[in-house]
Design a protein around this ligand. Structure first.
Ligand code: HEM
Length: 311
């Protein structure tokens, strides 16, 4: 028998023997097994069965599918952050390479947002959107998870007291609690209340778990060890800008495109405070504040231009 084949068989035998298993039985299993197909591996049938519009408007398929595509990218982003959070020892090279992947995903999401902004008929959108209430992308728990694993919890709060220190007590001050407020009554929308009921406890646990391993914390660890490189700083700045300015602006453009009404009309017809809440310059969310100058922080979200490399 070919030498490398004998080698492989020996290795296999050792692998099975280590678990008290008989290799011959497994080889018999291989003889019986079918070849793997693309469609089984990708779960294509299941995947294509998951787009279920609620109305007969053809453009709703675009809406539901694009949300799913975004959620899949969010999953990949969380997957990369998870690796940065847990690898020991973390190096600047690994951190930078993984941030490069994440930045590419966000760049793609931002560029593809034109599928939402100009890719659907407004008349259809305004009709089918009514059938989806009170659900909203605002309820994307993966987006909130990305924020929480990216930075110190305090950077996501507005108006929080210096004390208390417990994350559970600070949760009410998360910046997005200011969104999804009904203009007419100034009450939290059902969208927000349902989100909290379903995800609040889970998000608090995640924030506690990531206190000492979120991206901002990992950056600070490297900094204390004198291991920061200009490439890592550039990658983290790019990330901050892609999530908190560029993606938010692309998303805002879709809201403006479909939902823009004069303030009087909104008050008359209900609706939320999205016009004042969504613009990144209002939110001022920054994951890595120390990587930006005072000037850059003060002008956060004012311009969509690419941030220059720091000196
Ligand atoms: C035509 C397309 C879209 C429109 C018109 C739209 C509209 C809105 C509005 C009005 C809000 C504010 C929440 C509220 O007032 O209830 C919101 C929030 C949000 N939406 Fe969308 N959206 C669109 C597409 C998407 C997509 C594709 C995603 C991807 C998951 C998404 C994710 C989010 C997120 C994460 C928030 C919260 C943003 C924040 O807190 O800053 N949206 N959206």
């Amino acid at each position: 028998m070919h030498e490398s084949l004998t080698d492989k068989l020996n290795q296999l035998e050792q692998k099975f023997a280590a678990m008290g298993q008989d290799m011959a039985s497994y080889l018999e299993g291989l003889l019986q097994a079918d070849y793997l197909t693309y469609w089984d591996y990708i779960h294509l049938e299941t995947l294509l069965s998951l787009q279920n519009p609620k109305t007969a408007y053809p453009d709703e398929l675009i809406f539901v599918t694009y949300h799913q595509i975004t959620e899949l990218y969010f999953k990949l982003i969380l997957h990369e952050v998870d690796q940065i959070a847990h690898i020991e020892p973390l190096t600047a090279a690994f951190f930078t390479a993984r941030m490069g992947r994440i930045n590419r995903y966000f760049q793609l999401l931002e560029e593809s947002f034109s599928i939402m902004i100009t890719g659907m008929e407004r008349e259809q959108f305004l009709k089918f959107r009514m059938a989806l209430l009170p659900s909203s992308g605002f309820q994307s728990v993966q987006f909130r998870q990305i924020e929480i694993v990216s930075t110190s919890f305090r950077h996501l709060l507005i108006g929080a007291p210096e004390e208390p220190e417990h994350i559970a007590d600070l949760y009410e001050f998360m910046y997005w609690k200011r969104g999804a407020t009904e203009l007419a009554t100034q009450q939290k929308t059902l969208t927000l209340r349902q989100f909290d009921q379903h995800n609040g406890a889970k998000l608090i646990r995640l924030a506690e778990d990531y206190q000492a391993k979120n991206l901002h914390h990992r950056y600070q660890q490297l900094e204390r060890n004198g291991q920061i490189t200009p490439d890592l700083v550039a990658a983290l700045r790019e990330y901050d800008w892609r999530v908190n300015v560029r993606w938010k602006l692309a998303h805002l453009r879709s809201a403006v495109q479909y939902l823009h009404k004069e303030p009087e009309d909104i008050r008359a017809t209900g609706g939320t405070n999205w016009q004042t809440y969504l613009p990144p310059k209002q939110q001022q969310i920054i994951f890595f504040p120390e990587l930006w100058s005072d000037d850059e922080r003060q002008n956060w979200g004012q311009s969509a231009g690419i941030p220059s490399k720091p000196d």
